[in-house]
Design a protein around this ligand. Structure first.
Ligand code: MIC
Ligand code: SF4
Length: 642
């Protein structure tokens, strides 16, 4: 029987387990990436493992998130990461070089290899035929130390693309269509594999827009085959030697199939406050915009920004609109500077930001109170932009650029006539912001600023786990709720005690103090708890506050793994109605939990109400051992006794 692209790559990298759906597999990781906001923690954990050099084929440390440098904290973190990278054999992409996913696609991604990144949008490199997955920092640290990465052998969804996009319709609209059909919970333990005649008209950066935002499906990853389009991109990047053809076999077997007729797609937007709340732009009515932001790892490629430049050429943005543009990489910005595209954007009134995440992670450019911001990004969770009362819509660069001119969310079709941006003849290659690691890092000194504090560590699990309910939250709580990130907090990603004052406050401002007063306890949650970012801080900070378990209707994949890695029990209600019965400050007891870990149903006593409920721990044996040990680091023989 034939194999899919996903299966071919997994088969070549399989270290533990079998290609059998639903079972746990351990795969060899060829490449890793980190960015600065998750990187400091990942490198502290890596250091704690006592390995002298990374064991991957290639590891890259990027600086792209925390770049405001309003105090020394960010700059100190950058230097820490730079020195760690030099010492341990990791390439270092300096601030200004661009967003990790964009740069990785341009300069490092290799078809057929595996990539693990401490950022949920790592699947971007799936646009180039790489099996690229997001994970918590500790999993990436383990991979750098040579350990395999464990996932559930995914179900593979065949996404068959037919026909060709109409003018004004973009790759972004394809992924918005998939999100509309599958929602933010529909991708759990699935890989979305794109195929069909429609893929041949999509360039690698367009494919990467799709695989990038596939993260919002909660999927393991998304991937395109490696074909002649891939070869062409690699050739333009001067990397044709990295090419390898990887196509699905004719008789490959998929678990699910959907078809998207590209000719029938319309320009769309994800409406507030979820990436799956998708509507055709023409159905939206007249929505006035205050801000338009073009950029982020989803839509900041050369082609994206050139389309915006051509649409804005000779125009002026609307009086009430602020247009901000953050190019994805130095390569993109440099090319735009050289070919005149940048001048067109500036002259239309765009505010040019540096190449990095910027407004996407709330590092500046918060919209006005009750404002409307139209962004080419991938997430529009409430408050993520820095203004809780703002409405954020997500769209393609075409919709964004035209809307900046009209001042309303606008279908770009009639404006785009005659504008046809082609791939450049060659990308501008200049890797002078990528610092190579030392041949021998023995004598390199690691420089740690005062903001780098020890990270909390779980303790081996006792036989009784008890505590009060500290908070009860609804469905679809994101890691932006659990551990908010913005210009004020992002500088403290290496300082867990400081961050703990802000844990879950978008849901309940009393949570941190309640957790402390009660000496920790439990979190009660609805469906898809922990969706969004891979930030391990959403587990480390609750651990610091004494959280022993989260009882949810269901979990998002990466967050569940982060909880396990940090020794926090991710329990699921056997009967979802029990959620309604629980109240804040109810006292819960898990008796004989060490014995119960091996049972299908786990019983928990609500001492306050005198009732018992059944819970499930849907995890693998290996993960139970991590919980018993009080976290993954305790199993890895780490040296840090913080
Ligand atoms: C995000 O888009 O939410 C982030 C910021 O890139 C995160 C990583 C982080 O929280 O540092 C992600 O997607 O994993
Ligand atoms: Fe950066 Fe935004 Fe991409 Fe996250 S989603 S990596 S914050 S650009």
């Amino acid at each position: 029987m034939g194999l899919t692209v996903t299966e071919k790559i997994i088969k070549e990298h399989l270290k533990v387990g079998k290609l059998q759906r639903g079972t746990e597999i351990g795969i060899i990781v060829d490449q890793t990436l980190t960015q600065d906001s998750t990187g400091t923690m990942a490198y502290l954990q890596f250091e704690a493992m006592g390995v002298d050099k990374v064991r991957t084929k290639k590891s890259v440390a990027y600086i792209d998130h925390n770049m405001l440098q309003t105090g020394p904290e960010n700059a100190d973190d950058h230097l820490y990461i730079q020195t760690v990278a030099k010492k341990y054999g990791i390439y270092f992409s300096k601030p200004g070089n661009g967003i990790c996913h964009q740069v990785h696609l341009e300069r490092f991604a290799v078809p057929g290899e595996t990539l693990l990144g401490s950022d949920s949008h790592t699947p971007t490199s799936g646009g180039l035929g790489m099996l690229a997955m997001g994970a918590g920092g500790l999993d990436v640290a383990v991979a750098m130390a040579g350990g395999e990465y464990y996932i559930t052998m995914p179900h593979i969804v065949k996404v068959e693309l037919k026909g060709k996009l109409k003018l004004g319709v973009a790759a972004k609209d394809i992924i918005l269509e998939v999100l509309k059909r599958y929602t933010v919970v529909g991708g759990l333990n699935k890989v979305f594999e794109y195929t069909g005649e429609g893929i041949s008209s999509l360039t690698v950066p367009e494919r990467a827009t799709i695989t990038n935002m596939g993260a919002e499906l909660g999927a393991t990853t998304s991937i395109f085959p490696s074909d002649e389009v891939t070869l062409e991109f690699l050739r333009l990047q001067g990397r044709e030697n990295d090419f390898r053809e990887i196509l699905a076999d004719e008789d490959a077997l998929y678990d699910e199939e959907i078809t998207i007729d590209l000719d029938r797609l319309e320009p769309m937007a994800a409406c507030p406050h979820s990436p799956d709340n998708v509507e055709p732009v023409s159905n939206l009515g007249k929505i006035k915009v205050n801000q338009v932001a073009i950029g982020s790892c989803t839509n900041s490629s050369y082609m994206d920004l050139m389309k915006a430049a051509e649409l804005l050429d000779g125009k002026t943005i609307a009086e009430d609109v602020s247009l901000v543009i953050s190019p994805g990489s130095k390569q993109v910005l440099n090319m735009l500077a050289e070919n005149g595209g940048l001048a067109k954007l500036i002259s239309a009134g765009a505010r040019i930001l540096e190449s990095g995440c910027g407004p996407c992670i709330g590092m500046g450019q918060a919209p006005i109170t009750n404002g409307v911001s139209l962004r080419t990004f991938n997430r529009n969770f409430q408050g993520r932009c820095g203004t809780t009362s703002a409405d954020v819509y997500l769209s393609s660069p075409e919709v964004a650029a035209v809307s900046a001119i009209t001042g309303y969310i606008t279908n770009p079709t009639e404006y785009i006539e005659g504008i046809n941006i082609e791939m450049p003849e060659k990308f501008l290659i200049n890797d002078n912001l990528i610092v190579e690691p030392a041949e021998d890092g023995k004598d390199i000194e690691i420089i740690r600023g005062p903001n780098i504090k020890p990270f909390p560590k779980g303790k081996a699990m006792g036989n009784t786990v008890e505590g009060r309910i500290l908070i009860k939250v609804k469905d679809d709580i994101t890691t932006d709720h659990i551990m908010p990130s913005n210009a004020k907090l992002l500088p403290y990603r290496s300082n867990i005690p400081y961050l703990s004052e802000y844990c879950l406050i978008p849901c309940d401002s009393e949570f941190p103090s309640r957790a402390k007063e009660n000496g920790g306890g439990f979190i009660i949650a609805g469906l898809n708890y922990g969706q969004g970012s891979s930030r391990e801080h959403a587990a480390l900070v609750p651990l610091y506050l004494g959280v022993k378990g989260v009882i949810a209707k269901s979990f998002a994949r990466i967050h569940k793994q982060n909880l396990i890695n940090n020794g926090i029990l991710p329990l699921e209600f056997k009967s979802k109605e029990d959620y309604d019965d629980l109240d804040i400050l109810d006292e819960l007891v898990l008796e004989d939990i060490l014995g119960q870990l091996d049972k299908e149903d786990i019983s928990i006593l609500n001492k306050t109400k005198g009732k018992r409920y059944l819970l499930n721990l849907n995890i693998k044996e290996r993960e139970k051992n991590i919980l018993r040990a009080g976290g993954l680091l305790n199993l890895k023989g780490e040296k840090n006794d913080a």
